[in-house]
Design a protein around this ligand. Structure first.
Ligand code: BGC
Length: 420
């Protein structure tokens, strides 16, 4: 990868223009790469933009559509390789270390020290934001991945009850099917398949199994009997999805639950952002429950922005102001109310948040103590990106290919976990 980041002439011209136009000294521009393009996501991104603009800087939007961020990461790589990195990019989990090791990320320690981030963040989060002891990224939120979203009206019609384990899940799915509804709204894309898969793994095997199999990648656990049961249960979920699922975007799957065409969706709480953006109320128009069997566990997914090295002083100042703004209580509140997540900043007042967010917040704290707070593999929190990618491919092949046996899938999963 190209290690020197040269600012494009264009950006310099814009920055100079901004300095001349604004009376405030050092007005800069921040180009921000993200993949927040659905209804709820776009509202949250708008809150970020407003924060930056309030500080007198310009926001240059670099949105790359595609849930889960796979497309965004591909585009980011080519931009950095060509020496034209954006100022900030949505990069998460272990990938932050991969990028930092390339020498392209900037330290934001000055801001982090002045604002006392070490005291404001849970350690499990601040550790991930640092490379060799220096902050190279700022966290935005905590998303919970192991959720089940339901349409209460559909459940009433079907005479079904919201499932708390996988047996109950299939009983509810059968009832929804008999009532003429699509039981499970699903979008067949690798990251969505794996979002379902990891919730099944957590629900069927528990948090210790999850950590051994999917975080430590222990070959015996990945190849063992519990994983066989996980794969079989996962594959059974597919029989309750509709034939148009392949390729469907996650927010369109959420829309099926919103409209009552489908009864449930297994998805992280960015889905709540869609329900809210559609004017729906939690507990009334939609339900949030932990994915079956996972009420005492929490799969976390923390969005964060990595800061790239810049040469221009005004833009660097703007970049630092963005980092400070992201951690402010005002931003943490407005952003997360729209995004469906909870604030990453500790000790925030959650008065304006709904019951789903309060449950998430309580469970985040409780599971951190019991050891059942686990990182999401589907959302780049747990393992190196090459391994995660290879494992996701296997899981999706198994989901899509009805001829692939569980045994074959399991052997391939073990092999994929050894990807270098
Ligand atoms: C991100 C969320 C985003 C979701 C769907 C996840 O990986 O963490 O912020 O809303 O993908 O695009």
């Amino acid at each position: 990868m190209n290690k020197t980041i040269s600012l494009s002439l264009n950006a310099v011209a814009l920055a100079v223009g901004a300095v001349c136009a604004a009376p405030a000294a050092l007005a800069g521009e921040v180009e921000v790469l993200h993949w927040w393009t659905s209804g709820g996501e776009a509202k949250a991104a708008a809150a970020l933009k407003a924060q930056l603009q309030a500080k007198g800087h310009a926001w240059k939007d670099f949105a790359v559509a595609g849930g889960g961020g796979d497309n965004a990461m591909t585009v980011l790589k080519s931009r950095v390789v060509s020496g034209n990195a954006p100022a900030a990019a949505q990069i998460k989990g272990p990938s932050l270390q991969e990028w930092a090791a390339e020498g392209v990320l900037a330290s934001i320690d000055t801001v982090a020290k002045a604002e006392k981030w070490d005291e404001l963040l849970p350690k499990v989060v601040s550790d991930v934001m640092k490379h060799k002891g220096s902050y190279i990224a700022v966290p935005v939120n905590v998303h919970r991945v192991n959720w089940l979203w339901t349409n209460p009206e559909a459940f009433r019609k079907a005479g079904a009850k919201v499932p708390t384990n996988w047996d109950e899940f299939f009983t509810a799915a059968e009832a929804l099917k008999k009532a003429g509804l699509i039981p499970v709204a699903h979008g067949g894309q690798n990251w969505q398949d794996f979002t379902t898969f990891e919730s099944v793994a957590l629900g069927v095997g528990g948090a210790d199994f999850y950590k051994k199999a999917l975080v430590q990648l222990d070959a015996a656990t990945l190849g063992g009997a519990t994983m066989t049961k996980v794969l079989d249960t996962f594959k059974k979920v597919k029989s309750y999805t509709d034939k148009n699922a392949p390729g469907r975007d996650w927010n369109l799957a959420t829309a099926m639950v919103i409209k009552g065409e489908a009864g449930m969706q297994l998805m992280g709480d960015w889905a709540k952002g869609e329900f809210l953006a559609a004017g729906k109320a939690p507990g009334k128009d939609f339900g949030c429950a932990a994915a079956p069997g996972t009420a005492k566990a929490f799969t976390f997914n923390v969005d964060s922005f990595a800061m790239f090295k810049l040469k221009d002083a005004a833009n660097t100042k703007a970049q630092q102001d963005l980092a400070a703004a992201v951690m402010s209580p005002e931003f943490q509140e407005v952003f997360n109310l729209n995004k469906g997540s909870i604030p990453v900043r500790l000790n925030m007042n959650l008065a304006k948040f709904d019951d789903c967010a309060k449950l998430s917040s309580n469970d985040f704290v409780a599971t951190a103590k019991t050891g059942s707070l686990v990182p999401s593999v589907a959302h780049g929190m747990a393992i190196a990106s090459a391994k995660a990618g290879a494992m996701q491919d296997v899981v999706s092949q198994f989901w899509n290919d009805d001829k692939m046996t569980t045994k074959a899938a399991q052997e391939r999963l073990v092999a994929a976990s050894k990807t270098k």
